[in-house]
Ligand binder design. Structure first.
Ligand code: IYR
Length: 227
């Protein structure tokens, strides 16, 4: 049991966690970096089932993300029902067809060519699970009074990062998919007015034959400045 004390009327617990000597720290930091660098966004999914308990643990890991005033302004909808996945695919493809054929400027389409994406989204039905993150803009108290959450975009973005790391850690793969506009997700899943779709993440195993673009990550000197 950790020590507790009351500060200004609020409970605090003493905090300790694992730390390492310098060599251990370098080894941990380096091996984590190497392991994270193996994560890839995947579009070729297997339909092999993934147990619900794994998805629950992944969501609970994402739920550990820090958030503005610890409001945890997110809802994770986990979908394995084929009928719901089918409707989501149909609606997403309608929007994506319009995007690829009239909404996205040529410059954007050119930027996507190396990824070879198009409006077809079969993974929305093939992947065993779709996790859809909703951001909760506000909460309502018992009397129906609205209370805005804080730093919602940042908080949900961090939770999405944790989610992707948890999926990778479980030995599964994911795609960060943002059909645009994606309001149809709230309608299909009958989400309340205070929730807006943030990110659609198909989760599963990679297909037996799975190709990903030969992309490379920027080197440290291009992404970091030390003062
Ligand atoms: N939402 C579309 C287009 C798309 C946009 C970006 I920026 C990407 O990195 C990838 C795709 C789609 O999902 O195809």
């Amino acid at each position: 049991m950790s020590a507790t004390k009351i500060i200004d009327g609020y409970p605090f617990i003493s905090y300790t966690h694992d730390s390492y000597d310098t060599q251990g720290m370098i080894a941990h930091a380096t091996s984590f970096q190497t392991w994270m660098d193996k994560r890839r966004t995947v579009r070729d999914f297997s339909d092999k089932p993934v147990p619900r308990t794994v998805i629950e643990q992944i969501i609970l890991a994402a739920n550990t993300a820090p958030s503005g005033a610890h409001k945890q302004p997110w809802t994770f909808c986990a979908i394995e029902n084929p009928a719901i996945k089918k409707v989501i695919r149909e609606e997403a493809e309608k929007e994506e067809y319009r995007s690829y054929n009239s909404r996205m400027p040529q410059e954007w389409l050119d930027d996507l060519k190396p990824l070879q994406t198009d409006w077809h989204k079969p993974f929305l039905e093939i992947a065993p699970w779709l996790i859809i993150m909703f951001k909760r803009i506000y909460e309502t108290d018992g009397g129906g009074k609205k209370k805005n959450n804080y730093y919602v975009q940042e908080s949900v973005g961090i939770a999405a990062g944790f989610l992707l790391a948890a999926i990778h850690h479980a030995g599964l793969v994911a795609l960060t998919h943002t059909p645009s506009p994606m309001n149809f997700l709230g309608d299909i899943l009958q989400r309340p007015e205070n929730e807006k779709p943030f990110l659609l993440v198909p989760v599963g195993y990679p297909a037996d034959e799975c190709w990903v673009p030969d992309i490379h990550r920027k080197p440290l000197e291009d992404v970091a400045v030390f003062y």
